[in-house]
Design a protein around this ligand. Structure first.
Ligand code: GLN
Length: 198
């Protein structure tokens, strides 16, 4: 697979930035809003935005169960911020009943929604990131953190004591938004995970 087809879930959130980042990282990037579009991609990015709204729209667009099924079959996936929340196997502070964010169980982890947001709405920090040489400039916006990881999950980055980037097999998640900075190293890492190079 030289040029992987990577979809960006485009129900809500910062879809455009991910499409541009994936394209620059060497993937064929396309939006995913319906089942046929999900079926056509090798991997999926779930963007930043609002995880409760995306959960609602996944149901409305009848994508929730098909997406869970693709993940259960092993489709590679990357989630940033709201996308990290959705990829979790358990979500804390998921939102009010009936409107809560739903876990897709792509990564064996417990994520707390709006965790940093309770302290400060947004901030930026230079992070050490496993597998990437040199600091990564990270933008956090009402960001989650990871409170528990399973044995098969590798912690790639922390902000202070809090886990903010993880990998499990061909699944990647970050609390922050690399799509917003112009630095394509995180997207390149994901594309390399999809093709099996990383
Ligand atoms: N707080 C948002 C949520 O719960 C995530 C914020 C973001 O994606 N920047 O989904």
């Amino acid at each position: 697979m030289s040029t992987p087809r990577v979809g960006v879930l485009a129900l809500q959130g910062d879809t455009r930035e991910h499409l541009a980042a994936l394209h620059e990282a060497g993937a064929e990037a396309s939006t995913v809003r319906r089942l046929g579009e999900l079926d056509a991609v090798d991997a999926l990015v779930i963007p930043g935005g609002e995880s409760t709204a995306m959960s609602h729209l996944l149901r409305e667009f009848e994508l929730l169960e098909p997406l869970r099924a693709r993940l259960a079959e092993g489709m590679p996936a990357y989630g940033s911020c709201a996308g990290m929340i959705l990829l979790a196997s358990e979500i804390l502070d998921a939102g009010v009943a009936g409107r809560a964010a739903v876990p897709l169980s792509g990564i064996d982890m417990t994520v707390r929604r709006n965790a940093f947001g309770r302290q400060v709405d947004s901030f930026e920090e230079e992070l050490t990131f496993g597998g990437i040489a040199g600091p990564v400039h990270a933008v956090f916006i009402r960001a989650p953190w990871v409170e528990r990881v399973g044995d098969e999950v590798e912690v790639l980055a922390r902000a202070g004591e809090h886990i903010v980037a993880v990998r499990q097999g061909r699944r990647l998640a970050t609390s922050f938004h690399p799509e917003m900075t112009g630095d394509r190293r995180v997207h390149r890492l994901f594309v390399d995970m999809v093709t099996g190079r990383a």
